[in-house]
Design a protein around this ligand. Structure first.
Ligand code: ZN
Length: 384
């Protein structure tokens, strides 16, 4: 091959990539754009960031959500597992209040969505349709009344556990204690089914996952988990779990943590989880919040070894194992210690869409992955 031919080839391949990205941006602007997990409310409460502005750091704000085509972000009201009982309930209320502040400040740009129809209406008005979730069953303080009131406050889903076991369910990152879900844990799942709240199995142990599937009469989700086959962190899902989730009608949102996508970063995450599990301050109220703030503000996310191609690879794998109807996006932005190259914040989402186009995914497929699959679950569990 002559030199001229090589130059031509290089020009045409970079032209092709640019075309791909243009097409990806156009598609991404028109998808529903679900992302079933971010931890951005932690920044709102600790750093008092103004989500209406394009922030110089972090991964999520209103301008970047619009730019990335994520129109339906799930904001997790996460409380660390070291908050005991009623303290965890208080903190959940504080986080709910912090999000209310955002809704009240920008009513023309972001609105709380509490049904499938809400989501479609709000996105149709070119606003962000915010879905609220609770991350960790410990936050109900073993009380179904608290769970029901969370639902009344517009919270649409809850992960059964976080990093540690609670009184009724085993976590994937703790020693087995209950052999999955206790009788009360199963009651929690039934009550969530009854009141139209989505059961989220991210963070739970494999046995808890199978127990939840057995009890739930409605589809369940994994809001932010990835493929065990590419990174053997205990939080990731094995292929049999993807198949079982598909049979249940559920959807898994792929987590973008570099450690979840690449084995090269997995060990770092295991250390991070172990360190976080050791803390058990004997504090309450403002002192406990100050402790949590110190811990949160010490995290400085960096770019890891994984790339946007690894995220596409995990999506592709789940499609092959479970089918195109059972995969979505669950970035975990603003909660992950390492981000992949090319997916450093939510504005970079078109890079992922371009990677899927390059793999032969059609616009129809991409619409499912980017939101229609999760909208189906909201419609089935929460209702119109
Ligand atoms: Zn999480």
């Amino acid at each position: 091959m002559g030199c001229g031919a090589i130059v031509l080839l290089l020009i045409s391949s970079s032209l092709c990539l640019a075309q791909n990205l243009d097409q990806a941006r156009r598609i991404q602007a028109n998808v529903l754009g679900f992302d079933t997990h971010n931890d951005t409310v932690q920044r709102v409460i600790f750093e008092k960031v103004d989500l209406g502005q394009r922030l110089p750091d972090g991964m999520v704000d209103l301008p970047r959500l619009q730019e990335g085509g994520i129109h339906v972000p799930f904001f997790a009201l996460w409380v660390p597992t070291y908050y005991p009982g009623a303290e965890a309930v208080r903190r959940t209320l504080d986080l709910r209040d912090a999000m209310q502040g955002v809704f009240d400040k920008y009513p023309d740009r972001i609105q709380l969505a509490t049904s499938a129809r809400d989501i479609e209406r709000i996105v149709g008005q070119k606003k962000i349709a915010a879905v609220l979730t609770v991350e960790g069953g410990h936050q109900i303080d073993d009380d179904l009344g608290v769970l029901r009131m969370y639902r009344r406050m517009g919270i649409l889903s809850m992960t059964l556990t976080h990093f540690r076991n609670n009184h009724w369910g085993d976590s994937s990152t703790d020693k087995p204690e209950h052999n999955g879900l206790t009788d009360f844990g199963k009651q929690v799942v039934r009550e969530m089914n009854r009141i139209g709240m989505i059961v989220d199995i991210s963070h739970v142990s494999d046995k808890t996952f199978y127990d939840a599937l057995e009890v739930s009469t409605k589809p369940v989700i994994a809001s932010h988990s990835s493929c065990f086959v590419y990174s053997d962190v205990p939080r990731n899902m094995k292929d049999d779990m993807f198949r079982a989730l598909a049979k249940n009608g559920g959807v898994v949102g792929v987590n973008f943590s570099s450690s979840f996508l690449s084995q090269k970063d997995a060990d770092e995450l295991k250390t991070h989880i172990a360190e976080r599990n050791q803390e058990q301050p004997n504090l309450t109220g403002a002192d406990l919040d100050a402790f949590a703030a110190k811990e949160q503000l010490s995290l400085h996310p960096k770019v890891g070894n994984a790339t946007v191609e690894d995220a596409a690879e995990c999506i592709d794998h789940i499609v092959k194992v479970a089918g195109i109807d059972h995969v979505g996006i669950g970035s975990d932005f603003d909660g992950i210690p390492t981000v992949p190259q090319g997916l450093e914040d939510v504005s970079k989402m078109p890079n992922l869409t371009a990677a899927l186009l390059k793999r032969g995914y059609t616009e129809k497929d991409i619409r499912k992955i980017m939101g229609e699959n999760f909208l189906r679950v909201v419609r089935e569990v929460v209702g119109e």
